[in-house]
Design a protein around this ligand. Structure first.
Ligand code: GZL
Length: 328
């Protein structure tokens, strides 16, 4: 009898092990051949709101496969409650590590404390949280958005250094409450604030999407006949705004100068075509570094509290040169 029970237990364990392998999207046992010992990562993505996000998702999924990490992936459709649900689900599933891009900065302490209580390490990627307790996550891998805003402002200051008249600026902000929207706004304002000729006459969220960017720019154009510059927190809102500007019979890049952030392919094409004047790069290719950090964190190795991604800027001429080799 005992022998029969023990055989059943062994069979049950074997079945459980097999079921746990490669049952997820992305990398892991089927790709990495890691079998049951493959690291399992739960990843909560913001959504699919922009070309940047699409490239970021691809980078995470491809890198997980490359690294032999089994990826559980969820798209929150830009809703914080969906991200919190996904993180709770990963805690229930006892994943080895949780990574996510927080759609907004605030409101994460409770769920991050639950992950900490379950001894599951968390990695922030792309966007930051404003939790005072930095022990709630192991590291934050992503861009310096304040610096990106400053770079945009510095180009504008240089572009208008000989102008004495007022420069009327409209601003399309990213998702309300998100780190990139907050920081790109503050970095830009800090630089242009040094010269009173620069005036932000309107500033509103376009939620990082092309459609909303077009809608808000149409409203800006109706309310303000004297717009000189558009500062859009990402290429997609800038591309939507270009449609609105052309619809109003004005020439983007000439009648209204445009600065955006990201440098995704469609944005770089508009830059090369002269419809955008300057783009500050924000790299979405965070996957390889994320997987390296995950392996270290799961192995109990120490990792830097902050990993800042390398990125540059592009003028119209530089875009023409760079376009053929752009990965995204
Ligand atoms: C920035 C990222 C932003 C991009 C947008 O790291 O969070 O979100 O700039 C994207 O294109 O929607």
């Amino acid at each position: 009898m005992l022998k029969r029970i023990s055989m059943l237990v062994v069979a049950g364990l074997a079945a459980a092990t097999l079921a746990g392998c490669g049952s997820e999207s992305g990398g892991g046992s089927e790709a990495g051949g890691g079998g049951g010992d493959a690291i399992v990562m739960g990843f909560s993505q913001v959504g699919a709101e922009s070309g940047w996000r699409t490239a970021n998702t691809k980078s995470v999924q491809d890198s997980a496969k490359e690294a032999g990490i089994t990826l559980k992936f969820s798209d929150a459709q830009q809703k914080q409650e969906n991200q919190i649900k996904a993180i709770r689900s990963y805690i229930q599933q006892k994943v080895d590590v949780i990574a996510f891009s927080p759609v907004v900065e605030s409101g994460w302490d409770t769920v991050l404390k639950e992950a900490q209580g379950a001894n599951i390490p968390v990695i922030l990627t792309d966007r930051a949280v404003d939790s005072a307790d930095t022990s709630l996550y192991k590291t934050f891998l992503g861009s310096d958005f304040v610096e990106e805003g400053k770079k945009a402002g510095q180009w504008l200051v240089e572009e208008y250094k000989d102008a004495s008249d007022t420069v009327n600026i409209v601003e399309l902000q990213g998702t309300t409450g998100s780190a990139p929207a907050n920081d790109r706004k503050s970095g830009f304002a800090e630089v242009i604030g040094a010269d009173p000729k620069f005036k932000i006459i309107a500033s509103q969220t376009g939620d990082f999407t092309r459609a909303k960017g077009k809608e808000v720019m149409e409203a800006f154009l109706k309310a303000h006949p004297d717009i000189d510059v558009l500062y859009a927190h990402n290429d997609d809102m800038g591309l939507g705004a270009i449609e609105a500007i052309e619809g109003a019979g004005k020439v983007p890049g000439k009648d209204i100068k445009i600065i955006t952030v990201d440098a995704v392919k469609d944005g770089m094409q508009a830059l090369a075509d002269g419809k955008i004047n300057y783009i500050v790069e924000c790299s979405p290719l965070l996957g390889p570094q994320l997987m390296d950090l995950a392996k270290k964190v799961v192995a109990g190795e120490s990792v830097p509290a902050r990993v800042v991604t390398e990125e540059t800027t592009f003028t119209q001429e530089q875009a023409k040169e760079a376009l053929p080799s752009r990965q995204y």
